[in-house]
Write a protein that binds this ligand. Sequence first.
Ligand SMILES: *Cc1c(COP(=O)(O)O)cnc(C)c1O
Length: 369
Amino acid sequence: MSELVPYVDLKGQHAELKEEILEAVAGVIDRGDFVLGESVRKFETAFAELCGSKFAIGVNSGTDALILAMRALGIGEGDEVITPPNSFVGSTSAIIVCGANPVFVDVGEDRNIDPNLIETAITPKTKAIMPVHLGGIPAKMEQINAVAKKHEIAVIDDCAQAIGSRYDGQPVGSLGDISCFSLHPLKNLNACGDGGMITTDDEKVVEEIRLLRNLGLKDRNTCVHWSGNSRLDTIQAAILLVKLNHFERTASGRQSIATYYMDALANVSQVRLPVVDEASEPVFHTFVIQVDDRDALKNYLLERGIKTSIHYPTPIHLQPVAEDLGYGEGSFPVAERQAKDILTIPGFDGLTREQMERITQSISDFYNR
Ligand SMILES: *Cc1c(COP(=O)(O)O)cnc(C)c1O
């Protein structure tokens, strides 16, 4: 009987770091600086360095990172933001929560927004393009930035799944005007709870976001904006500093899993592998293959004790909540076809060689049965 291959293993990941994490938490408790404390500042500095950006600001989630980035640019009621329809729902929710309208543009074979389709979607109301580096594969930022520059609109990239990835040698987080990250437990650099980061080189934006994340308070007694509370917890920042010390290993572990899959599945002609262009060096968040008989393969793997996932089975424009947006079946043929064909196979840090072999062998057995 095959041993189960889980889809993720958070317990395993934390077993090794537990002592170090508990020590970091104890440090915060001893200092008592629970709100915007020393560890938040330290983590912001270290994160900016990792991303090759001038500034990083800690916030409470990836979703709030996106919301604050847009609010810092004054994006709101009546404005339009261009984004792909195949992301996690958070990218689009952030646009709506700001009061703006999402304008979807279909994706390419790399599953990222198709830069050639962006220009026709731009109207006088367009304020920003929000590409998503889906699964860790960087979007075509050179072309996206060029279109944005030409039309004098901003690029806010959703980097939630792409920490550590590089494009043209530059780290994700240094590619757009404002870059937004999630530190959710399932992301590649993960808190023990929620967290998010924003990186940018624009000092004005930084000042604005620091106000917006903290109820618009300039100092304890002076409020200059109506805003909520989106602060990153000091305890999470302390934990994240521990994780960051090990991140290089996490990232290279994920990269070698991807390399293994790319090689091992290259000969299975029914499997379409992730499309990565020459300029990109992804740290995969999800390793997504595409096959015609996805559900049958998924079930076959499950029968053999291998858990897989789908990111994401329903494109955002076809969600019940999106009915008002005026899109429907057929609006984005590429994203819709991919939603039927995609399958995410386990790629977590800590996956063993034996487990990877089991996965790739089972996939090829499925097609030889
Ligand atoms: C996870 C994720 C988000 C939201 O991040 P949270 O920290 O869960 O709020 C947004 N966009 C993408 C692409 C994501 O994967």
